[in-house]
Ligand binder design. Structure first.
Ligand code: KIV
Ligand code: ZN
Length: 521
C-alpha cells in the first residue's frame, strides 16, 4: 500500500486576540508576553497578537510581541479601513514575519443592520482593505465575518474579489457558532469548486462554540480542504469560546488515518501551555475537559483499570505524556536536590532562571518539611506563586496570626513588606477570617477593593495538600484577579489578595506613565 504524505494544516492561534475578548480573560502586557512565548514554544504557525486599534494597551502588546517573539508569523487584526490598517502595521513592523488580518462582515443581517451597506459596497470595501494592507506586507488574510450565515453566491464573489486584490488567506468564520459540520464541509467545498482563483489562497476556518460544535466544524472544514484552523488555548473566547487548540490538534493527530493531516504543534507542550493560560487568566479548565483536563486520563472504573494494566490501548486513545502530562505524579521529597527540582520544573513546562530556581527551591524546602510527599501540582503551585511574587514585587506577606472561632469577631495581625519596609496592623473586624484578611490588607495598603469572586481548591490530594486561592476584586470599576497558593489556606488567601492589589498598583503606575489604557487590566 502506498502512503501519501500528510497534508500540513496551519495552526493560527488567536488566544491573545479573540481569546482575550472572553469575559474576565483580559491580560496585561507582561502576561501577554508570557503567553506569547509559550505559544511560540508550542509551535503555532501564526499568532494573532491583538487588535492594535482597539486600545493603546492592545497596540503596545502587538508591538512588543512583534519585536520580541521569533518563529511564528505575528498577526494583527484590522477592520477594512485605513486607520485600523495603518495602526496594525505600526504595531507589526518589527516582526520577523508579519500578517495583517482584515475583516468585514458579509452576511445579510450584518450588511443590513450593522453596516447598512449593499453587496457591491461590501466588495469594494473588502478590496480596498486588502490592497491597503498589501501595501505594507505581502501576507494578508481576509475574513468574511459571519461567513457561515452569508449567502453562498455572494460569499463566492467576495472571496474571489479579495483574492484578486491580493489576499493569500481567506478565512471563513462561524462568528456566532451557528453552523454544523455538514454545512461547514459543504461551504468550504463550494468555495473550492466555485471560486476560480481559489488556488491562490489558503482557506481558513474560525469557529465559535455556541452550540458546542467548534472543534467538529473545524475538522469538517479541514476534511473539505481548508488548510488553516483558527483556535485558542483551552478554547477561551467570546461567549462560549472558540475552537479549542488542544482538542482540534489531538483529534487530527489521533485520527491521522482519517484526516491525513499534520501540524507543527509540539503536543507535549499542550498541558503546560493550558495551565499557564489558566493561571494567568484565572479561568479554570474543567476537570473533564478533553485532552488537558485533570481527569482526561484518569480511569476510575475497576474494569477500565484492569484493562489498562493488561494493555493501555484498551481504554486509552492518546498517551498522557504525548500531551504533556507527567508520566508519574509522585515526584520529590525532603531529600531531593536543586537539580531534581529544576528537572521536574522543566518537564512541567517551566524554564526557571538561576534566581527563580533558588527562590522556588527555598520554598520547596520549607514545604518539604511540612509535607512528606510533594506532587507535581504542589510544584506547579509553588512555581506560580514565586513567579507572581517576583513579578509583582510591590507588596509581599511577611507573617500573619489569626484568632477566630464560632460566634467571635476574628482578630488578625498582619505584617507586609513593601521594598525595605515592613508594616504591621492588628484588626478585629469582619465576617470571618477571609473578610478580616481583606480588612487588614486594605488598612495597610490603603487601596479599597470589593471581592467579586473567591475560589479555593486543592492543588493535589491529601489533607496536607497545597490550597490554591483565586480572587476577583473590583477597584474603581475595573476587575483584577489574584492567585495565591500555600499549605495554609488563609496564607494563600492573603497572597491572592496581595497579588490582585499588586496588579492594581502596577496598573496605576503604568497609567501614570501614559503607557496603557484602563481596559488593559
Ligand atoms: O468571529 C469572528 O468573526 C472573528 C473575526 C474578526 C475573524 O473573530
Ligand atoms: Zn471570532
Amino acid at each position: 500500500m502506498t502512503q501519501t504524505n500528510p497534508r500540513n494544516i496551519r495552526i493560527f492561534d488567536t488566544t491573545l486576540r479573540d481569546g482575550e475578548q472572553s469575559p474576565g480573560a483580559s491580560m496585561n502586557l507582561g502576561e501577554k508576553l508570557e503567553v506569547a512565548h509559550a505559544l511560540a514554544a508550542l509551535g503555532v504557525d501564526i499568532m494573532e497578537a491583538g487588535f492594535p486599534i482597539a486600545s493603546p494597551g492592545d497596540f503596545e502588546a502587538v508591538r512588543e510581541i512583534a519585536a520580541t517573539i521569533r518563529g511564528p508569523v505575528i498577526c494583527g487584526l484590522a477592520r477594512c479601513n485605513d486607520g485600523d490598517i495603518d495602526r496594525a502595521w505600526q504595531a507589526l513592523q518589527k516582526a520577523e514575519r508579519a500578517r495583517i488580518h482584515v475583516f468585514l462582515a458579509t452576511s445579510a443581517i450584518h450588511r443590513e443592520f450593522k453596516l447598512r451597506m449593499t453587496q457591491d459596497e461590501i466588495i469594494a470595501r473588502a478590496v480596498s482593505g486588502v490592497q491597503r494592507a498589501l501595501a505594507y506586507c505581502d501576507d494578508v488574510e481576509f475574513s468574511a465575518e459571519d461567513a457561515a450565515r452569508t449567502e453562498i453566491d455572494f460569499l463566492c464573489r467576495v472571496v474571489e474579489a479579495a483574492i484578486e486584490a491580493g489576499a493569500t488567506t481567506i478565512n471563513v468564520p462561524d462568528t456566532v457558532g451557528y453552523t454544523t459540520p455538514e454545512e461547514m464541509f459543504q461551504r468550504v467545498q463550494a468555495l473550492l469548486n466555485r471560486v476560480p482563483n481559489i488556488d491562490k489562497a489558503i482557506i481558513s476556518c474560525h469557529c465559535h462554540d455556541d452550540l458546542g460544535l467548534a472543534v467538529a466544524n473545524s475538522l469538517a472544514a479541514v476534511a473539505a480542504g481548508a488548510g488553516q484552523i483558527e483556535c485558542t488555548v483551552n478554547g477561551i473566547g467570546e461567549r462560549a469560546g472558540n475552537c479549542s487548540l488542544e482538542e482540534v490538534v489531538m483529534a487530527m493527530r489521533t485520527r491521522q488515518d482519517l484526516y491525513g493531516t499534520h501540524t507543527n504543534i509540539k503536543t507535549e507542550r499542550l498541558v503546560p501551555t493550558s495551565r499557564l493560560l489558566s493561571k494567568i487568566t484565572g479561568l479554570d479548565v474543567q476537570r473533564n475537559k478533553a485532552v488537558v483536563g485533570r481527569n482526561a486520563f484518569a480511569h476510575e472504573a475497576g474494569i477500565h483499570q484492569d484493562g489498562m494494566l493488561k494493555e493501555r490501548r484498551t481504554y486509552e486513545i492518546m498517551r498522557p505524556e504525548d500531551v504533556g502530562f507527567a508520566k508519574t505524579d509522585l515526584v520529590l521529597g525532603k531529600h531531593s536536590g536543586r537539580a531534581a527540582l529544576a528537572d521536574r520544573a522543566r518537564e512541567l513546562g517551566f524554564q526557571l532562571n538561576g534566581e527563580q530556581l533558588q527562590l522556588v527551591f527555598d520554598q520547596f524546602k520549607i514545604l518539604a518539611d511540612k509535607k512528606k510527599q510533594i506532587f507535581d501540582g504542589d510544584i506547579i503551585a509553588l512555581i506560580q506563586q514565586q513567579i507572581a511574587d517576583a513579578s509583582n514585587t510591590a507588596w509581599t506577606l511577611v507573617s500573619y496570626s489569626l484568632d477566630s472561632g464560632t460566634d467571635r469577631v476574628p482578630c488578625i495581625e498582619l505584617t507586609l513588606r513593601h521594598g525595605d519596609q515592613t508594616f504591621t496592623q492588628r484588626v478585629q473586624q469582619g465576617d470571618g477570617p477571609i473578610d478580616a484578611a481583606f480588612w487588614a490588607v486594605e488598612k495597610i495598603i490603603g487601596i479599597k477593593t470589593e471581592c467579586k469572586e473567591f475560589r479555593v481548591r486543592s492543588a493535589t490530594i491529601g489533607r496536607d495538600a497545597m490550597g490554591e486561592v483565586n480572587v476577583e476584586v473590583e477597584h474603581e470599576g475595573q476587575t483584577y484577579r489574584g492567585n495565591g497558593a500555600s499549605i495554609d489556606s488563609v496564607e494563600a488567601t492573603i497572597s491572592a489578595i496581595l497579588n490582585a492589589i499588586n496588579r492594581i498598583v502596577t496598573e496605576k503606575n503604568l497609567r501614570a506613565s501614559g503607557r496603557v489604557s484602563p481596559q488593559d487590566a
